[in-house]
Design a protein around this ligand. Structure first.
Ligand code: ADP
Ligand code: ADP
Length: 225
């Protein structure tokens, strides 16, 4: 899905990411873990094509992204769903409307799809509730459903459980495992929480000072339910 070869990103002469190489197989769950300032956000911005590397190559579906047109990059971006730490829900829209929004924007409303995803995240009884009426865990389940509504191939999670307590973190981890398995969506989970990536991910990349310190292979964990 992704192949990063010696990718570096410099801001004002300082490396935010340095010499980073990584392969992400289709259908896999990869964790990127590191302390604040280790380069995770910068890496994520390159993975969703917001930033380009200063050096090195990002190969996405066998194409080097520096050599593809803006139009194709836009197509690539459509394949990516995002989940954030602070949910990024719209407060004046209810659960249904928040989840439906990415479809509404492109004039492809699909009630059936939205309702199926509401069921998938178990929020049928909150369908008309507004974000202010939801717990953190519920908000993140709305955000998760919204991230899937356009059938992405990849889900990028940015500290997706970092605002949640242990119980809700577990619920989200379970849902992500189901999403990976049932919908065959590749997941990249970026966080400072090592315990979460250990439970969720097949491979965990440990970052420090912009560099890849270690890759932990964790195959047995991913098949646990
Ligand atoms: P993390 O997400 O792990 O906290 P970041 O990718 O945000 O790490 O930051 C890595 C390093 O790059 C930090 O030293 C940060 O200050 C620097 N950095 C990140 N983004 C920018 C930017 N837009 N301009 C200048 N420096 C940046
Ligand atoms: P069905 O054909 O009965 O809908 P699927 O296995 O295709 O069976 O889908 C089951 C559920 O998974 C449905 O809610 C569907 O909308 C959802 N689904 C399937 N693929 C994806 C995907 N890539 N992203 C999000 N939801 C999906």
């Amino acid at each position: 899905m992704y192949k990063l070869e010696n990718v570096s990103k410099k801001y004002n002469d300082k490396f935010a990411v340095k010499n980073f190489s990584l392969t992400v197989e289709p259908g896999s769950i990869t964790g990127i873990v590191g302390k604040s300032g280790s380069g995770k956000s910068t890496l994520l911005k390159m993975l969703n094509f917001i930033e380009q590397p200063t050096e090195g190559e990002i190969i996405f579906e066998d194409k080097e992204i520096n050599h593809v047109s803006k139009k194709i990059i836009r197509k690539y971006k459509e394949k990516i769903g995002m989940v954030f730490q602070n949910y990024n829900l719209l407060n004046n829209l209810n659960v249904y409307q928040n989840i439906a929004l990415p479809l509404k924007i492109i004039n492809k409303e699909d009630k059936h799809k939205v309702n199926e995803l509401i069921e998938f995240v178990g929020l049928e009884d909150k369908i008309n509730s507004y974000p202010a009426q939801l717990s953190g865990g519920e908000k993140q389940r709305v955000a998760l459903a919204r991230s899937l509504v356009r059938n992405p191939d990849i889900l990028l999670c940015d500290e997706a459980t970092s605002s949640l307590d242990e119980h809700n973190t577990e619920i989200i981890i379970k849902m992500l495992k189901n999403i990976n398995k049932e919908f065959n969506i590749t997941i990249i989970f970026v966080t400072h929480e090592l315990n979460v990536v250990k439970q969720l991910c097949e491979q965990v990349c440990v970052m420090e000072d912009g560099q890849l310190l270690d890759i932990i292979e964790n195959r047995t964990k991913s098949v646990e339910q």
